[in-house]
Design a protein around this ligand. Sequence first.
Ligand code: SF4
Length: 66
Amino acid sequence: MGDNAARKPSIDLEECIGCGSCAEICPEVFAVTEEAKAYVIAEGKCDTCDCEEAAEICPTRAILLE
Ligand code: SF4
C-alpha cells in the first residue's frame, strides 16, 4: 500500500484509446474526457485504489507509473 501510494500516474495520450477501464478501477485517480482521452484527476490518490492494476489492464499500456 505504501509503495503504491508513492507512485505517480500519468497518461500517454498518444496511446490512450479512451476505453475507460482505468476510471472504473480508480475513479478517484483517472477520468476520461469527451474526446476519449484519459487524464489524471489526482496523482496522489493511488492509495484509494489499485493503480498498478489499472496500468496492467490498460489495453494500450498508456498508464505510466513512476
Ligand atoms: Fe486510456 Fe488506458 Fe485508461 Fe483505457 S485504460 S482510458 S486506454 S489510459
